[in-house]
Ligand binder design. Structure first.
Ligand code: PMT
Length: 409
């Protein structure tokens, strides 16, 4: 990034480090922040100091790295450090640190500084998968995000002890980007707008073991949610079951069935200015749910009676209240014709038509190809590309509709 457009030049960044194995990566982050022109003040928990000593951070930042709340009683250290900060990042943020932050505990320097902060805060959780998925950790992170913290990661990948899964500290580039975005928030047409994105496939249960589902991985919807958040939108992502981690700064609402998706989407859409429906919603569900596992010999599974699910997108299109509405069409033939029909029938502003019968597009791959059809007659063809890039093209089109339609702020 050119020095004259680098938002971190001359900024005071507080880097809080807690006691996880990823603490060693905080040293590289401190170096990257200094290279970007920031003054970096490191504070460590006792656990962090067991992984990486203060001398490492002092060498990289040319400032004392503090771990003791009583180090400068005459200056009330935790208050001074919090007041000096333009932005704070806690990386890695352990399950314990997040729990203390969420509940306002202030029993060491890092937690005491946190409770005094008034600047933007970035949290980069890193821990073992079991700790990350524990409901207490998930609730704590959701609470902190609701209070305004930007949560980056964790990523999926190699963990300490040879394990693999969600819980890995987000990579250095992502952390730096999050700190930059926190000090210089995006100002484009999506900034501050409420966006609802749906992703993944629904599962319609037959009995406690079996369900009717589809091959959606959630990747297209997650890419859209991540891109909208990067553009400064306030994003609610309603997701069917997936193996994906929450994109940075996005509130995820997990659902399983089409009816649950409808219950989650409709109230969120009431408050939203833009709704993008990338989810593969089952059109039918079993008419009867059997609470006991069906026995193939006794009950027979050859005939499962089905009933129609509501069409969530069509419901939203029927009462738009000025919202920008984007749908997807998953097709195997006559795609543009069928897409255009759905665009008009469901009252959409834009439909993203994608083929789902190619190996490199549609379901469960990182790439896609699509044609974007606008209600204004526009047609944008996007040849084979990553879902992240397709998400950017879709949001460029959404921004154009927003600029033409919604009042500025
Ligand atoms: O998740 P990935 O593996 O990344 O795959 C991405 C994708 C192929 C799932 C995605 O790109 C896509 O095409 N999503 C829409 C899939 C779909 O259900 O298409 P459809 O043509 O059946 O539905 C049209 C639109 O109506 C969709 O926006 C859908 O969300 C919506 N719908 C459909 C049925 C229903 N009951 N309620 C709905 O809201």
């Amino acid at each position: 990034m050119p020095a004259d457009s680098e938002p971190l030049v001359g900024r005071h960044v507080l880097l809080g480090v807690s006691g996880g194995i990823a603490a060693y990566k905080a040293a590289a982050l401190a170096r990257d922040l200094v290279k970007a022109g920031a003054t970096v003040q490191v504070v460590l928990t006792a656990g962090a100091a067991r992984f990486v000593g203060p001398a490492t951070f002092e060498g990289l930042t040319a400032r004392p790295a503090h771990a003791d709340v009583f180090a400068e009683p005459e200056h009330i250290l935790h208050v001074r450090l919090a007041r000096e900060a333009d932005v704070a990042i806690f990386a890695p943020a352990t399950a314990n640190l997040l729990a203390k932050f969420a509940h306002g505990l202030a029993d060491d320097l890092v937690t005491s500084v946190f409770t005094c902060l008034t600047c933007p805060v970035v949290l980069a959780p890193a821990m073992h998968t079991e700790m990350w998925l524990h409901p207490a950790t998930q609730d704590n992170v959701a609470l902190l995000a609701r209070r305004g913290a930007r949560v980056v990661g964790p990523a999926d990948g190699d963990l300490a002890g040879g394990d693999v899964g969600p819980g890995r500290l987000a990579d250095g580039g992502e952390l730096l980007a999050a700190v930059r975005a926190a000090v210089a928030p995006p100002t484009g047409p999506l900034a501050g707008r409420r966006v609802v994105v749906t992703a993944g496939g629904t599962r319609e249960p037959i009995d406690p073991v079996r369900y009717i589902g589809n091959r959606s991985s959630g990747r297209m919807g997650y890419a859209l949610a991540a891109e909208a958040a990067r553009r400064g939108a306030v994003v609610d992502l309603v997701s069917g079951p997936t193996a994906l981690s929450a994109p940075a700064g996005v509130s995820v609402h997990h659902v399983e069935t089409a009816l649950e998706m409808r219950d989650a989407v409709l109230p969120l859409a009431e408050k939203a200015e833009i709704v993008i429906k990338a989810a593969a919603v089952a059109d039918f569900r079993p008419a009867t749910y059997h609470p006991q596992k069906l026995k193939k010999e006794r009950d027979g599974l050859a005939h499962v009676a089905l009933e129609r699910n509501p069409d969530i997108l069509a419901e939203l299109g029927a009462v738009k209240n000025g919202r920008v509405l984007v749908g997807f069409a998953a097709e195997t033939d006559l795609e543009e014709e069928r897409g255009r029909e759905k665009l008009h029938r469901k009252g959409l502003d834009l439909i993203v038509v994608n083929r789902v019968d190619f190996a490199d597009a549609g379901f469960n791959v990182d790439t896609n190809r699509a044609v974007l059809l606008g209600e204004d007659g526009s047609r944008t063809e996007v040849p084979l590309t990553t879902k992240a890039e397709l998400a950017a093209v879709i949001l460029d089109r959404v921004e154009a509709v927003v600029l033409a339609r919604l009042p500025g702020r």
